[in-house]
Write a protein that binds this ligand. Structure first.
Ligand code: PLP
Length: 421
C-alpha cells in the first residue's frame, strides 16, 4: 500500500489511540452533512461538546443562586480561577502558583510589561522578532512610548538571514551577546504564528539571562501544541490565549505564567486590583486600605473573573488532562509528518513548505507558500470543504490538530490542494 492511498490514511486512523477524542468536539458540516476538513485550530479551536454543559451549569447557578453563587455554587465563582490553575500548570510545565487565567493575551502582555519592563538609562530596549504578530508589536511600541522612549531606537529586532525565512538560535544568541546589556526585555514567540517555527525556548532564555535581560514568551501558538516546561526552562513570564489550540471559545479568557521567583515577590511593582489581593482579606473592603498582593501569579489579577467566558475552559482543560500533552505531541508529530510526506508525494515542487522539516522545530502547523493566485486557491479549497487560512502575501496555513483531526483529514486536504493548484 502506498502513502498516497486513502485506505492507508484510514488504517492510520484506525491504529490511532487518540482517535476517540474527535467525538468530543463539534465538527462543522458541509451542506451535504459530512464533516468539513477543519485545519484551522491554530486560529480558532473547535467547540468541545462538554463546553455547553459547563456553561449551562453557570447560567443555572446565576438563575437559582444569584449572589450566593459566589460561595455556594457547585464551582464557587469566588475561586473560579483557582479551579483552572492545576490543569493550566500541567499544560505549560509550571507549578500551580505560577499560572493564572485572566483577561486577554494582549492585556496580559501589558500587565506583565508593567512589572517587567522597567527601563533604565543604560538598559531600555525591547528585543522582538521581525514580523512579530501585530498585537505583540503594538504592545512593545506603546510600552516604549509609555516610558517616553522612541520605538525607532528602543525596539531591537531579530530576523532571519537574508534569503531565509526561519530564525536561527545562534543568531539570537549572538545578538544578545552583542547588544544584550542594553536590552531590558526579550519578547519572543514560542511558536511563530506565520511559519510555524518552534523557538528553542530554553536555549534563548538562558542566553538572555546571561546578558541580564528579562525574558517573556508569547505562547499563543505553543500552548496545547507543543510540550512546554516553563518552570524548568526558567522563563520569567509567558502569556497565551485560549481560543486557538486550547479550544475554549472565541475571545476565551487567556493565560499567564510568572516564574515563582517573581510570583512570590510581593514587592514587585505592578498594577493592583482586588482580585490580586490576598483572598483571605479581599472582602474586608475598606477595612483593608493597603493592597496585599497574594504571593502567586494570582497577584496580577485585577478584576473578578468573567465566569461565563471562563466556563468553557473547564471543559477544554479537562480534555487536555485526559489525553495528556505527551500523547498529543506524539500523535501530532506523526500526523504532521504524514501530511508533509503526502504533500511531497502528491505535489512535489508545486508547493513549498516554509515550516521547518525537523519535527522538533515545528508543532502541528505547516505553512505552505503558494505563488500563483493564493486567494483563488483558498476559495477552491473552501469549496471542497476544507477550512484553513491565508496570510498575506502568499502563505496558506494548515494545522492538523491531534485532538480532533485524523489522517483522513490530511489526506482529503492534500487531494483538494492537488486539484486546486
Ligand atoms: C493570536 C495571537 C494574539 C492575539 O491576541 P489577543 O489579545 O488574544 O487578541 C497575540 N499574539 C500572538 C502571537 C498571537 O498568535
Amino acid at each position: 500500500m502506498s502513502i498516497r492511498d486513502e485506505s492507508y490514511a484510514r488504517e492510520l486512523d484506525a491504529a490511532d489511540p487518540l482517535s476517540g477524542f474527535r467525538d468530543r468536539f463539534h465538527i462543522p458540516k458541509r451542506t451535504d452533512g459530512s464533516d468539513v476538513v477543519y485545519l484551522c485550530g491554530n486560529s480558532l479551536g473547535l467547540m468541545p461538546k462538554a463546553a455547553r454543559d459547563v456553561l449551562n451549569q453557570e447560567l443555572d447557578g446565576w438563575r437559582d443562586l444569584a449572589v450566593e453563587g459566589h460561595f455556594h455554587g457547585r464551582r464557587p465563582w469566588y475561586a473560579y480561577h483557582e479551579q483552572l490553575r492545576e490543569a493550566g500548570a500541567r499544560l505549560v510545565g509550571a507549578r500551580p502558583h505560577e499560572v493564572v487565567f485572566m483577561n486577554g493575551l494582549t492585556v496580559n502582555l501589558h500587565v506583565m510589561m508593567v512589572t517587567f519592563f522597567r527601563p533604565t538609562a543604560a538598559r531600555n530596549r525591547i528585543l522582538i522578532e521581525d514580523c512579530a504578530f501585530p498585537s505583540d508589536l503594538y504592545a512593545a511600541q506603546t510600552q516604549l512610548r509609555h516610558h517616553a522612549i522612541d520605538p525607532a531606537g528602543g525596539m531591537l529586532r531579530t530576523a532571519p538571514r537574508p534569503g531565509e525565512s526561519l530564525h536561527r538560535a545562534e543568531d539570537i544568541e549572538e545578538l544578545l551577546r552583542r547588544e544584550g546589556e542594553r536590552i531590558a526585555v526579550v519578547l519572543l514567540p514560542g511558536v511563530n504564528y506565520f511559519t510555524g517555527q518552534v523557538f528553542d525556548i530554553e536555549r534563548i532564555t538562558a542566553a538572555a539571562h546571561r546578558a541580564g535581560c528579562v525574558v517573556g514568551w508569547d505562547m499563543a501558538h505553543a500552548v496545547g501544541n507543543i510540550e512546554l516546561r516553563l518552570h524548568d526552562w526558567n522563563v520569567d513570564f509567558a502569556v497565551w490565549c485560549s481560543y486557538k489550540y486550547l479550544n475554549a471559545g472565541p475571545g476565551a479568557v487567556a493565560g499567564c505564567f510568572v516564574h515563582e521567583r517573581h510570583a512570590r515577590d510581593v514587592s514587585l511593582p505592578r498594577f493592583g486590583g482586588w482580585w490580586g489581593n490576598d483572598p483571605t482579606t479581599r472582602f474586608r473592603m475598606h477595612l483593608e486600605p493597603e493592597f496585599k498582593p497574594v504571593p502567586s501569579a494570582d497577584a496580577w489579577q485585577l478584576s473578578n473573573p468573567p465566569i461565563l467566558s471562563m466556563a468553557p475552559l473547564i471543559a477544554s482543560l479537562a480534555v487536555f488532562d485526559e489525553a495528556g500533552m505527551p500523547a498529543l505531541r506524539e500523535k501530532s508529530r506523526r500526523l504532521t509528518g504524514y501530511l508533509q510526506e503526502l504533500l511531497d508525494a502528491e505535489l512535489g515542487e508545486r508547493v513549498q513548505t516554509v515550516t521547518p522539516r525537523d519535527p522538533a522545530s515545528r508543532g502541528c502547523q505547516l505553512s505552505l507558500q503558494v505563488n500563483d493566485a493564493p486567494r483563488e486557491l483558498l476559495r477552491r479549497l473552501n469549496e471542497a470543504g476544507v477550512v484553513c487560512d491565508f496570510r498575506e502575501p502568499d502563505i496558506i496555513r494548515v494545522a492538523p490538530v491531534p485532538l480532533y483531526n485524523g489522517y483522513q483529514d490530511a489526506w482529503q486536504f492534500v487531494r483538494a490542494l492537488a486539484h486546486a493548484v
